[in-house]
Ligand binder design. Structure first.
Ligand code: MHF
Ligand code: KIV
Ligand code: MG
Length: 272
């Protein structure tokens, strides 16, 4: 077993070192400074300011409506809370697909205005030229393939990608995006064996969500992982805590104290 990789500040080069050393790294989403600092201090290497903020922060039913300006606020907040982890911003739907020029312009905003150290875009080989031009402009890019939620209407719903004949196309997408200069390829809802095969076919590290145990890294949406939401969780989530219960019980206890007149007590009050 090689020495654990534990940089003072995580950079893209370290993620390559993880893969080269046969080690795994972790990514969680974050949308605010306090949660970012907790995950940062817990050793999470990568923080994703996901466009899942559209769902978990704003209450929309998909990622499609969130805007660049909204994502910039969440990204600035995470950058302010993160000291060690690498902060990656999701480029939202409609902000990069039109052209490599549009993708560079949006990526530059996330780096210049919010301090993101990398960005993520959804799409396969059709986005390879976008990635190439972004990387040439100095924007580190994670390529997101498999189930790409921004394309849910084109894909016909939330479903596993790359089964059967589609497997080769997914491998080809991954290779094209690596060749274009993506420093990482993220796979969402892909059969475990296929994701493992992609990780082995690529030099660069892979990150999985619903992609089994053979990717270099893993990512989850933090509210799913910590049990803050109310809905049914996707199969790929492991729930490590039940914050909804903790927070709900605390709020109810506060409400009861206020109703009963037991909060505030003298120690919470000021004398004249
Ligand atoms: N809270 C949250 N968690 C996420 O993981 C997430 C978001 N939001 N928003 C953006 C995308 C959308 N994602 C999702 C959301 C739901 C399923 C889901 O319901 N999956 C089911 C059905 C799979 C199938 O039928 O093949 C599952 O059981 O996994 C999958 C991916 C992942 N991302
Ligand atoms: C689920 C992850 C990969 C994501 O793209 C997001 O949180 O928006
Ligand atoms: Mg996303």
């Amino acid at each position: 077993m090689s020495e654990p990789i534990s940089p003072k500040r995580v950079r893209t080069v370290h993620l390559q070192q993880f893969k080269d050393a046969g080690q795994r790294f972790s990514m969680l989403t974050a949308y605010d400074a306090q949660i970012a600092s907790i995950f940062d201090e817990s050793g999470i290497e990568l923080l994703l300011v996901g466009d899942s903020a559209s769902n978990v922060m704003m209450g929309h039913s998909s990622t499609l409506p969130i805007t660049v300006d909204e994502m910039l606020v969440f990204t600035k907040s995470v950058v302010n809370g993160a000291h060690r982890a690498l902060v990656v911003a999701d480029l939202p739907f409609g902000s990069y697909e039109t052209s490599p020029t549009q993708a560079v312009a949006t990526g530059v905003r996330f780096m210049k205005e919010a301090g993101a150290q990398a960005v993520k875009i959804e799409g396969g080989a059709a986005m390879a030229e976008h990635v190439r031009v972004m990387v040439a402009a100095g924007i580190p890019v994670i390529a997101h393939i498999g189930f790409t939620p921004q394309s849910e209407h084109a894909l016909g719903g939330y479903r596993v990608q790359g089964r059967g004949e589609a497997a080769q196309a997914l491998i080809d997408d991954a290779l094209a995006l690596e060749a274009a200069g993506a420093f990482c390829v993220l796979m969402e809802m892909v059969p475990a064996e296929l994701a493992t095969q992609v990780d082995r076919a690529l030099r660069v590290p892979t990150i999985g969500i619903g992609a089994g145990n053979g990717t270099t890294g893993q990512v989850l949406v933090w509210q799913d992982m910590l049990g803050l939401g109310s809905g049914r969780l996707p199969r790929f989530v492991k729930q490590y805590a039940n914050l909804r219960e903790v927070v709900g019980q605390a709020a109810a206890a506060y409400h009861a104290d206020v109703s009963a007149g037991t909060f505030p007590a003298p120690e919470h009050s000021f004398e004249g």
